[in-house]
Design a protein around this ligand. Structure first.
Ligand SMILES: [Zn+2]
Length: 118
């Protein structure tokens, strides 16, 4: 191999990238953990139960559903995963708290209505 210089340079670059990535990743994990706690608090504030069927056994099974899809900017669970606290707070104002079960049924009904309308 005649281009050792190329591989050397590539390694230094990727090492820097990994170091930066690690810092970014740790920071993100910390923010996500903090936001998970905030998220549970918000769910309790909203009554801690599904607004449709009243399920209240496990906060983890309660999800944020956008009442109006046209104003949806981000999926809330995605924002929690990314640790985006300010965006999260803006997004949940548009949502109602429902359980995963009702969420799936609502989404299917939405898709069915959309198909029937076509
Ligand atoms: Zn429900």
């Amino acid at each position: 191999m005649g281009n050792k210089g190329f591989y050397k340079r590539k390694r230094t670059l990727s090492w820097r990238y990994i170091k930066g990535g690690e810092y970014w990743y740790k920071n993100r994990v910390r923010r996500t953990e903090r936001l998970r706690i905030i998220d549970n608090g918000e769910k309790i504030k909203r009554g801690g139960c599904c607004q449709i069927c009243g399920y209240n056994q496990d906060l983890r099974a309660l999800t944020w559903h956008h009442k109006d899809r046209t104003i949806k900017e981000y999926g809330v669970s995605r924002l929690v995963g990314l640790g985006k606290i300010s965006k999260y707070k803006k997004e949940i104002i548009k949502c109602v708290l429902i359980c995963a079960n009702c969420h799936i049924i609502l989404n299917h009904e939405f898709e069915d209505n959309k198909r029937n309308a076509q």
